[in-house]
Design a protein around this ligand. Structure first.
Ligand SMILES: *Cc1c(COP(=O)(O)O)cnc(C)c1O
Length: 398
């Protein structure tokens, strides 16, 4: 994508072998749940080091399934960082649970153990059931610290890993291995590190949660005769399972991902090492090129572990440069450079403002005020990075 074409802030990279993998499924016998689903699940579980992976139709449906599997519901309360994509919080609302937002570190957008403690302490009398840490931009939240607080308060942990496929935390845990949490959620939307059109997954080490996720993914229906509860309809007089019988045991959804999507996901997953290497090389190039722009421009750096960067975020003091973020984004766009703000704090989204009232979370707000996602994708080159930084220097007058 080098040259002077438009440079979006994120983009998938689909290659000929990805297309061939999809075409092969389309020429075969199974378009929906077939061998590619199981193959992708096995490959993903292996990649992140979890026992089980359940693939589904999106990161959002994965979050919903996770909330269902943990039996989150009315009267329960979920703790969610204010600096994330709306879906992280929405999954609690899908099942009728309340959301309490925690603040985050203003310099990296991550929920800290102290933020979690403070949010719990500020809401006495709430029935807290789960915490939903987000591994923002490819960084890793402090899971040992957060898990200690979660344990002390009897909380289940759903990690939102949508930004962090392939990242490794400071303690050596692979994001998604569920060493500290119950369920880990991924998205394979084209904005993310690998693409399957729309798609998501949940990883876990708990076979019961795995079974519940699979049940809710497909209408709450099971065909596993070992778990049938209705013996009269499920079995004949000799105790043999009836050939037509399936059992709807709970209210589920159609959140399946099909073989076409999973063939793409599997092909893309095989490229994760290369995509990660490219992304990290570009982030390193950004860091070197942006260094002279300090302190007005400060790229986010890692406090530990090894990221596969999903977003290349710089924190910018627009006021000190005599400009505004809107002016900077518009001027960059005029130069063919796309940028984005990830994210507007959850408590400022009108839906949540109506629900939660006027609240202030200074860390999330300060992160939001400064952050700008610069173009990053496996389809980019160092020349593209140089072009972005040159554009940014001009626009900021630095
Ligand atoms: C993308 C994303 C989601 C939702 O994933 P979809 O596949 O788009 O539904 C959830 N949380 C975070 C942090 C994300 O970036």
């Amino acid at each position: 994508m080098s040259g002077e074409g438009f440079l979006p802030y994120c983009r998938h990279l689909i290659e000929d072998d990805d297309i061939a993998a999809v075409t092969a499924v389309m020429k075969g016998d199974t378009l929906t749940t077939g061998p590619a689903v199981a193959a992708f699940e096995a490959a993903l579980a292996k990649t992140v080091g979890a026992r089980h992976a359940v693939v589904c139709s999106s990161g959002t449906s994965a979050l919903h399934l996770a909330a269902l599997a943990l039996d989150l519901g009315p009267g329960d309360c979920a703790l969610v960082p204010a600096q994330t994509f709306a879906a992280t919080a929405n999954c609690a609302r899908f099942v009728g649970a309340e959301v309490v937002l925690t603040d985050v570190d203003p310099d990296n957008g991550l929920m800290r153990p102290a933020d979690l403690e403070a949010a719990i302490a500020a809401h006495p009398g709430k029935r807290f059931k789960s915490v939903h840490p987000v591994h923002l931009n490819g960084q890793s939240a402090d899971m040992p610290g957060l898990a200690a607080v979660a344990r002390a308060h009897g909380l289940k942990i759903i990690e939102d890993c949508c930004h962090a496929l392939g990242s490794i935390a400071a303690d050596g845990a692979v994001i998604g291995d569920c060493r500290h949490g119950d369920l880990s959620v991924f998205s394979f939307h084209p904005a993310k590190t690998i693409a399957m059109g729309e798609g998501g997954a949940i990883t876990t080490n708990d076979p019961e949660l795995d079974a519940r996720l699979r049940l809710f993914r497909s209408h709450g229906i099971t065909r596993d005769d070992r778990v049938f509860v209705d013996a009269e309809h499920g079995f004949d007089a000799q105790g043999v399972p009836n050939p037509w019988y399936y059992e709807m045991q709970d209210l589920g959804f159609n959140y399946r991902a099909c073989d076409i999507q999973c063939a793409l996901g599997l092909s893309q997953l095989s490229k994760l090492p290369r995509f990660g290497e490219i992304r990290n090389r570009l982030v390193k190039a950004y860091r070197a090129a942006l260094a002279p722009l300090a302190p007005q421009v400060v790229p986010i750096t890692l406090s530990g572990g090894e990221a596969v960067w999903h977003l290349s975020v710089a924190l910018i003091d627009y006021q000190a440069c005599g400009t505004s973020r809107a002016e900077v984004m518009n001027a960059l766009r005029a130069r063919g450079i796309g940028t984005q703000v990830n994210y507007i704090p959850i408590h400022w989204l009108p839906y949540y403002r109506a629900l939660l009232g006027e609240i202030t979370l200074p860390g999330a707000e300060e992160y939001y005020r400064r952050c700008l996602s610069l173009p990053l994708s496996a389809a980019m080159t160092e020349a593209d990075v140089a072009r972005v930084v040159t554009g940014l220097r001009e626009v900021l007058g630095l």
